[in-house]
Design a protein around this ligand. Structure first.
Ligand SMILES: [Zn+2]
Length: 245
């Protein structure tokens, strides 16, 4: 028996299947990541096939059967297709990086409502042309690693656990994160953190929106988090969507 279920979802990927069907990878609010099929999605008669495009935020109704690997979509309604994002190369790269993180580093069928809500919010912010896409992505990246269990500690040294003073010269180790000035002198340190960079890390991790920053430091932070994830998660090979940035 299958149950008829309604949930919101972000479209991660779509693949053509057979003559006219399509397989859709989704990150859903209620069931985490799942794979579903839309029969006849590519036929001109399909009413909702077009709504299921990558990055779109949709509401779907599907027949849920736990014994089945691929669920069957009955209906799909568009909530947002992020027009501003899709018309801007830089914004689409950051939105694709978000999709890449969800696709590659979250577990199939694992429900994660906070991550879902945060992902929708980040895509909505990217879709507002007044917002700096790089800043939104940097904040999202830190939120994402926290939510999947790889939070970086800012108050205490990641090696000795001592509280870090606000005027201290810190450094970043790709294995462990931020290290204090003593630990920095007697172990392998990958990057010295200027006070400016250290403070930006802290600001990005808070909900504040009036952050002062320059683009170079944002690039450095995105790069540090990427390296940190690579060191901690062997399956992570870096963000392909950002290779051109
Ligand atoms: Zn230390």
């Amino acid at each position: 028996m299958s149950e008829l279920i309604k949930t919101e979802a972000i479209v991660l990927r779509k693949l053509d299947y057979g003559d006219s069907s399509r397989i859709i990878h989704l990150f859903t609010e209620e069931f985490g990541k799942l794979t579903a099929m839309v029969k006849g999605a590519r036929s001109s008669k399909s009413k909702f096939g077009l709504t299921l495009d990558s990055i779109n935020h949709v509401q779907i109704i599907f027949y849920k059967k736990d014994t089945r690997e691929v669920q069957l979509i009955k209906e799909s309604d568009l909530i947002n297709h992020f027009t501003v994002v899709k018309e801007n190369f830089e914004r689409i790269q950051f939105a694709s990086a978000i999709i890449e993180l969800i696709s590659n580093l979250t577990v199939e069928h694992e429900v994660h409502k906070k991550l879902f809500t945060g992902t929708v919010k980040a895509l909505e912010l990217l879709n507002n042309s007044r917002n700096d896409p790089k800043l939104i992505f940097a904040k999202y990246f830190l939120f994402f690693i926290r939510e999947i269990g790889y939070a970086i500690s800012y108050n205490t040294c990641s090696v000795c656990g001592r509280i870090i003073q606000s005027d201290e010269n810190t450094a970043f180790n790709y294995d462990s994160g931020i290290v204090c000035k003593e630990c920095k002198s007697d172990r392998l340190v990958h990057v010295e953190l200027s006070k400016e960079l250290f403070n930006l890390f802290i600001c990005l991790n808070h909900k504040k929106n009036d952050i002062k920053y320059d683009q170079k430091n944002l690039d450095k932070i995105i790069h540090l988090i990427e390296k940190f994830l690579k060191y901690n998660l062997q399956e992570f090979k870096g963000l392909k969507s950002l290779e051109l940035i």
